[in-house]
Design a protein around this ligand. Structure first.
Ligand code: PHE
Length: 339
């Protein structure tokens, strides 16, 4: 019986050793320790022993039971730990690993600066209007005090589609479109594409962008024009920006002016950027011509206004020292990624 017990212990030890799942382990528990298990069977067999042998044998069997129980418990722990390690390994997630950056697009430099300019005017209470790029001759010229055969038409290198339809050469037709629809007070800007049949070179493109501005109300004066545009220049170029107004001519404004900003590269001494002038022209402007107001059904005796137009490309080129206009339209990522 003693040998039997020894054999049982050895067998149990070996089987426990090689067991690798909770289910197998449970089967072994039943097999050795269960009510119908092998140890229980051995205990039952003790009746056949001599009375003085029984306590010894009983102690041995209990010892074996304890040993098997302890081994099982250890095995349970080992299996649980192995399972935990396996899961940790499998579900490993290192939250400190840097993310993989998705390639991000960017706004085109023209859009970036246009957004900035829009913000400046929105901050001054302007609204934003937009209108057609394919325009009637009437809006682009006629209603702007440029009748057929007006000499100023020649300077605009117009793309005609039919005799009366063209690609707008300026955003100024938006002045007329806004005033036709809306009675004063009016305070709008109208950014957009304009077209002129220019040869493409470093400073000319058949497509470029302008931003039109129009303010009409009672008692609007030249000083409002100057104050508004000077404030705009300071917002765009910084507080230290200095501007000046020079007389000019536009058929749809009277009087008319161009606004220059003191060259921010040389401070006015004259350099390559300002072509030795010390000043850089940034926009055309003037008091809305009474004929234009009248043509839109606004009484020039009651209302007055000012208008201005600025070229976006030139502003962006000077801001970033870009010397070739074509770069804006070629969409070369090596260029665009720099902004
Ligand atoms: N439309 C003019 C141009 O293209 C600019 C301008 C706009 C001038 C509004 C005066 C008032 O040159």
């Amino acid at each position: 019986m003693k040998e039997k017990l020894e054999a049982l212990r050895a067998e149990a030890r070996a089987q426990l050793e090689s067991c690798s799942t909770a289910a197998e382990l449970e089967a072994l528990r039943v097999k050795y320790l269960g009510k119908k298990g092998e140890l229980t069977a051995l205990l039952r067999g003790m009746g056949a022993l001599a009375p003085e042998e029984r306590p010894k044998m009983g102690a041995l069997v209990n010892e074996a039971r304890s040993e098997i129980e302890a081994a099982m418990e250890a095995k349970v722990k080992a299996l649980e730990e192995a399972e935990l390690n396996r899961r940790l390994e499998e579900e490993q997630l290192d939250v400190t690993v840097p993310g993989v950056a998705a390639p991000m697009g960017k706004k085109h430099p023209l859009s970036q600066v246009l957004d900035e300019i829009k913000d400046i005017f929105l901050g001054m209470g302007f609204q934003i209007a937009s209108g057609p790029e394919v325009e009637f001759d009437h809006y682009n010229f006629e209603a702007l005090n440029m009748p057929k055969n007006h000499p100023a038409r020649d300077t605009q290198d117009t793309f005609y589609i039919t005799e009366n339809i063209l690609l707008r050469t300026q955003t100024s037709p938006m002045q007329v479109r806004v005033m036709e629809k809306q009675q004063p007070p009016i305070k709008v800007i109208a950014p957009g594409r304009v077209y002129r049949s220019d040869e493409v070179d470093a400073t000319h493109s058949p497509l470029f962008h302008q931003i039109e501005g129009l303010v009409v109300d009672k008692g609007i004066r030249m000083s409002d024009l100057k104050g508004t545009l000077e404030l705009f220049a300071k917002r765009l170029y910084g507080e230290e920006a200095v501007v000046r107004f020079r007389p000019h001519h536009f058929s749809f404004t009277e009087p008319s002016a161009e606004m220059d900003i003191r060259c921010f590269s040389c401070g006015g001494k004259g350099c390559r950027l300002c072509k030795g002038e010390g000043w850089i022209e940034i926009l055309g402007a003037g008091m809305v011509h009474p004929k234009v107001l009248q043509g839109c059904g606004i009484d020039p005796e009651e209302y007055s206004g000012f208008a201005f137009g600025l070229g976006l490309e030139r502003i962006v080129m000077r801001r970033y020292n870009i010397d070739d206009l074509r770069l804006f339209f070629e969409n070369d990522l090596r260029f665009l990624e720099q902004f």
